[in-house]
Design a protein around this ligand. Structure first.
Ligand SMILES: Cc1ncc(COP(=O)(O)O)c(C=O)c1O
Length: 475
């Protein structure tokens, strides 16, 4: 008896090519940057049942086209400026298609020789960009910055303290750290009461004098300082912590130094390169997202550790059903230095993009992001009642509106409402964040397809929404 497979009856060859063509031809700038579904639509899909007999594929494609894929925040839209946008290149998408079409099991070298050679090639390439010797460095591609931070924190924990003593372990972050780090502390078993939040200076960088004082006091109190997490490009302002001074402190206290460079480290490929991150060559591990400023589709990020052996110590396990595919000592399988066994060949799409664009195109695109941020800064500086709250740094800046006749709370409200109206208009996304307890607009201008007119158009509209909101507050 043979099964009847429904796929055979479907014209998938044409459907897939038509869908791909449709996406290749569309002009994102003419679509809304963000749309939110109605409660009725949300209810429809939350309650939809799986049918006993399948439905017509064209009916489903129509639902995808007109509803499911319509109401999203388009992080790759040229006027999507909030969070960290995701300007994934079409080349990365091509890599996705080929990777998923082959359903590559990139766990062991023997299952995917060349995709894994390519992964190692890229880890070595990026280790080189950090100024690290390629040996004994190591790393692995993971789903994102959160997974990268967790992988590094577990590696650091195992290197610096025995699990039975974890209650004595203290860890150090600035109050501008990304929340994935505190989440990772919890998962890795560090106690909340032992997380030390170091204040930042006026440039939103960790106060190194405070860090040293707090660590010294902790040691006197019988704690074991295990790990400092510095940030190279904070999400809020693009600030880079003083890695050299923090490395001095970590060396003197025998503490692991991890750098969350999920967002910022891609600027190593800009014209300024290492000049932007003095001291990066001295740190123990980094997180580095490719699905941010290396123009990859989700999910593509790296965790790179200066000594690969530390990753092996934390993540390698024996399994009898894998002995035939496990590598010898020299060739380390990704599954032995990270959390996942079954995993896609995430490096492949980045390799395709790098090989096709080359360093020169990467340099030009990343430089352009910073140029756009500087342009935004200079335009905002000329706008009445607007003030820069953090200057263009690694293509991120923030600014606030202060109308002299309104209270601080009213100005905050005006700004939040204006940001919401901007998103609802579909023209652009420019959400607020908080700095020094005040609402500010934050823009991250990394999309190479953003034009200067997009920036001017966005700022003009923002100003109009704000003026309108001031009238509403006053009336
Ligand atoms: C500095 C920083 N670290 C970590 C993350 C988390 O990365 P992901 O969303 O890829 O998990 C982000 C995300 O924006 C980030 O900006």
């Amino acid at each position: 008896m043979t099964m009847e497979f429904k796929e055979k009856d479907l014209d998938l060859q044409n459907i897939i090519t038509d869908e791909v063509n449709k996406y290749l031809k569309r002009d994102l700038s003419t679509l809304p940057a963000s749309r939110v579904a109605s409660p009725e639509l949300i209810n429809k899909y939350e309650k939809m049942e799986v049918p006993e007999d399948g439905r017509d594929i064209y009916e489903i494609l129509n639902e995808l086209d007109s509803e499911i894929l319509e109401y999203i925040h388009r992080g790759n839209h040229p006027r999507s400026f909030s969070f960290i946008p995701g300007p994934g290149s079409r080349l990365s998408w091509l890599g996705d298609i080929l990777t998923t079409a082959n359903n590559i099991h990139a766990s062991n070298f023997k299952n995917a020789n060349l995709p894994i050679s390519i992964e190692r090639n890229l880890i070595n390439y990026f280790a080189g960009k950090l100024g690290w010797p390629i040996k004994p460095a190591g790393g692995v591609f993971v789903s994102g910055g959160s997974a990268a931070n967790l992988t590094a924190l577990v590696t650091a924990r195992d290197e610096k303290i025995e699990l039975k003593d974890l209650h004595k372990a203290t860890v150090y972050i600035s109050d501008q750290v990304h929340h994935s780090v505190t989440k990772a502390f919890h998962i890795a078993g560090f106690l909340k009461k032992n997380i030390r939040r170091v204040p930042v200076d006026e440039d939103f960088k960790m106060r190194v004098d405070e860090l040293d004082k707090i660590i010294t006091q902790d040691k006197k109190d019988g704690y074991t300082p295990v790990l400092v997490v510095a940030t190279a490009g904070t999400t809020n302002t693009g600030a880079v912590d003083d890695l050299n001074k923090i490395a001095d402190i970590c060396e003197s206290h025998d503490t692991w130094l991890h750098v969350d460079g999920a967002y910022g480290l891609s600027h190593l490929l800009s014209t300024k390169g290492r000049e932007l991150f003095p001291g990066i060559e001295r740190v123990d591990s980094v997180s580095w997202d490719a699905h941010k400023l290396l123009f990859q589709t989700y999910s593509c990020a790296m965790v790179i550790v200066k000594e690969k052996q530390h990753m092996l110590n934390s993540f390698s396990e024996e399994a009898e059903y894998l002995t035939d595919v496990q590598s010898d000592d020299d060739v380390i399988d990704p599954e032995m230095i990270g959390m996942e066994l079954t995993r896609p060949a995430r490096a492949l799409k980045l390799w395709i993009t790098l090989q096709v664009l080359g360093e020169s195109q990467y340099r030009a695109r990343i430089d352009y992001g910073q140029e756009l941020a500087e342009l935004t800064e200079s335009v905002v500086s000329e706008m009445e009642h607007w003030h820069i709250t953090s200057k263009a740094s690694l293509s991120i800046l923030s600014f606030k509106y202060v109308h002299p006749s309104l209270t601080a709370a009213q100005n905050n409200k005006v700004l939040s409402n204006a940001a919401q109206r901007m998103a609802s208009s579909g023209y652009a996304v420019t959400y607020t964040t908080e700095l020094n307890k005040e609402k500010v607009i934050r823009m991250c201008t990394i999309n190479p397809e953003t034009t200067k007119d997009d920036i001017i158009g966005t700022l003009n509209r923002l100003n109009e929404f704000v003026i309108d909101e001031v009238e509403i507050v006053r009336s």
